[in-house]
Write a protein that binds this ligand. Sequence first.
Ligand SMILES: C[S@@+](CC[C@H](N)C(=O)[O-])C[C@H]1O[C@@H](n2cnc3c(N)ncnc32)[C@H](O)[C@@H]1O
Length: 351
Amino acid sequence: MSSSDQPAAPFAGRLNAIYTGSMLTNMLDLGYRTGLLEAAGQGPATSAELAERAGLNERYVREWLGAMATGGIFTFEPESRRYTLPEDHAAALTGDDAANLAPFSRILNHFVKHLAKLETCFRDGGGVPYEDYWPEFTEFASDVWRRVFDQHLIDGFLGVVPGLGARLEQGLDVLDIGCGDGHAVNVMARAYPASRFAGYDFSDAAIAGARAEAEAMALANARFEKVDVTTLAPEPRFDLITAFDSIHDQFEPETVLAGIRSALRPEGMFLMIDFKFSSDVGHNIGNPFAPLAYGISVMHCMTVSLAGGGPGLGTVWGLETAQRMLAEAGFADVTVIDSPRPQNCIYLCRP
Ligand SMILES: C[S@@+](CC[C@H](N)C(=O)[O-])C[C@H]1O[C@@H](n2cnc3c(N)ncnc32)[C@H](O)[C@@H]1O
């Protein structure tokens, strides 16, 4: 080995870990889709026992368990040939709440479908349009976010704003911008029956899903409209406008923010839940969420905006840019509050 090989060796090891992580993401996605993770959460099993429990082919299950055990996700007991998903790993990979991170693997794998188009964008500019991501992206993203809304929306995101819960109990007009398949709106409408909720999105499939869920939940105070929020009208006005992860990928974010400001009543407020990063990459070095966020930006948030001729703010547009743009849109008072999820923050904006 020449001396010039020395620094490369540790990095080659790190690359192996990076590629292993990518492959284990595929395996977790398969485990989530097939129900293997939930089945494994029931207790130790041989490959045959687990295959039977999940109703799957033993040969595939055994190979998958090989990746899980050597990847440190399961433990393996050579005597009994049993594989175990440890309790703390099961807490992060099974169940219906936001602690289950397995659904996130589906989003990451869905992005890979667009690599060839992104390669073209790297050469020629432009972007991959929203329509190319529908309907899977809406479904997979909702699978992650609906758990977050179930667990954190009422107490975590709304509850940290002084007095807001009491006002919602009395009755407010609320609009959610880029509502996706509407789960946030429906959860709020169920919690605050005296308030009236609207959700706007420009995806037909998302609006259809939102309406179906509102009907299934028998909510009389939630309505959903197909609206391009760049054309938000100043009437009707709202007491509260929310945006969950839906500003930084806009084609015309300045227009949308100004429209939100105009559609608020004088005592109204805009609550924007977004990602908590600096706008300066130098300040994001060492942030464990940052590489994933920049990658998600390339593979979705930035490219969908660029596809529509937008600025491509991206997932990591950051606190400084967001605060500047909110001020330029006419919000006189912007407070940034920590969110129950460390990767997000809450912008509390008043006209
Ligand atoms: C990242 S998703 C967030 C969805 C939802 N707020 C959630 O947290 O689950 C962004 C949403 O904004 C919608 N969207 C983006 N630009 C829009 C526009 N100009 N008008 C209406 N909806 C838009 C997309 O269709 C998508 O559903």
